[in-house]
Design a protein around this ligand. Structure first.
Ligand code: SF4
Ligand code: SF4
Length: 313
């Protein structure tokens, strides 16, 4: 049995599944609804793939990600028994400064709709602090490659660490917190991040952010703070009109995995990709990421693209 397959069966991996199940069994959590999506288990898929399992040299980083996921569950026991629910503007500013100092690229706030909680999962609070973190451009621009996969895994690890640290910071100040890890998250992050004002969903199914286009990973910290400065609207919706005229990600996707017209489901979930075409290529070619690399928003500044697009008659 290969090392990666042993890892998939390891106690660390199975204990995470148990912790997810324990949280989902609680009644004081935010649960999915019938129309909620099912999570694609990226770690399990990668580790159990018969092709292109991760190179052994990435295993330390994968282990660090798994440890971060486990920590995000184990630390729930450290939440205050009677957490505070109101925060001052000064505290929110302090929180943001800390997040940026730790390496976050952008922060927004929204309330988690139950429909974005994955089937059979749960999170502790509906108040969401949503974060993005930039992935190294050189690594992503080498996609598909081991170097690109390393960049992706390192960003998962580092954003997971940021979220665990922010959750600890909130607890120290008397608030309840649940760090949602970016890898194998419990909710569908891209639409949540759009709701939080961090960007807009592009035709590659990824969040296009003003800072780094789709070259980011996403995660959220769920908290007892009820008066977060929730986003009330953003002006990123023009991105979708731009996409309709672009479609470079569709053209360049090696296995041609994109639906020409995304499939809209009840409740607002949208499917952009034919999984049966994407996943085999994704597994065989180091997590692919070509649809991130080729996006104009990865290559040129958002404001320049916007100025050119909105000036077009
Ligand atoms: S490559 Fe083009 S169509 Fe695809 S997400 Fe980026 S801007 Fe939109
Ligand atoms: S990850 Fe690769 S195979 Fe999957 S949709 Fe993006 S470009 Fe296509």
């Amino acid at each position: 049995m290969s090392l990666t397959k042993r890892l998939a069966k390891s106690r660390l991996f199975t204990s995470i599944t148990e912790l997810e199940d324990q949280l989902a069994a609680r009644t004081d959590t935010v649960h999915p609804v019938e129309i909620s999506p099912k999570r694609f288990d990226i770690i399990q898929g990668k580790l159990e793939s018969t092709e292109g399992s991760p190179p052994v040299r990435l295993l330390p980083c994968i282990l660090q990600c798994l440890s971060g996921i486990k920590e995000s569950f184990l630390t729930l026991a450290e939440n205050p028994a009677d957490p505070k629910t109101k925060a001052s503007a000064d505290f929110i500013q302090e929180l943001e400064l800390k997040a940026y100092a730790l390496g976050a690229s952008s922060i927004g706030y929204t309330q988690l709709p139950e429909r974005w909680v994955f089937q059979d999962k749960a999170v502790l609070y509906k108040n969401a602090i949503v974060l993005s973190m930039e992935m190294d451009q050189e690594g992503i621009n080498s996609a598909p490659s081991v170097a690109c996969m390393k960049t992706v895994m390192e960003t998962y690890r580092d954003l997971g660490r940021i979220n665990n640290q922010l959750a600890a910071f909130l607890r120290e100040r008397g608030y309840g917190a649940h760090a949602g890890h970016p890898l194998n998250g419990l909710v569908l992050y891209p639409p949540l991040a759009q709701m939080a004002g961090l960007g807009w969903l592009g035709l590659n199914g990824l969040l296009i952010t003003p800072e780094h286009g789709p070259r980011v990973r996403l995660a959220a910290v769920f908290t007892s703070i009820e008066n977060l400065p929730f986003n009330e609207g953003s002006d990123h919706s023009w991105v979708r009109d731009y996409c309709e005229n672009c479609r470079i990600c569709h053209i360049k996707c090696p296995p041609g995995a994109f639906y020409e017209d995304p499939v809209e489901h009840a409740g607002g979930q949208v499917t952009y990709i034919k999984n049966e075409l994407c996943f085999p290529y994704f597994n065989a070619y180091h997590g692919c990421s070509v649809c991130v690399k080729v996006c104009p928003f990865n290559l040129r500044p958002y404001e320049k693209i916007k100025a050119g697009f909105t000036a077009t008659p």
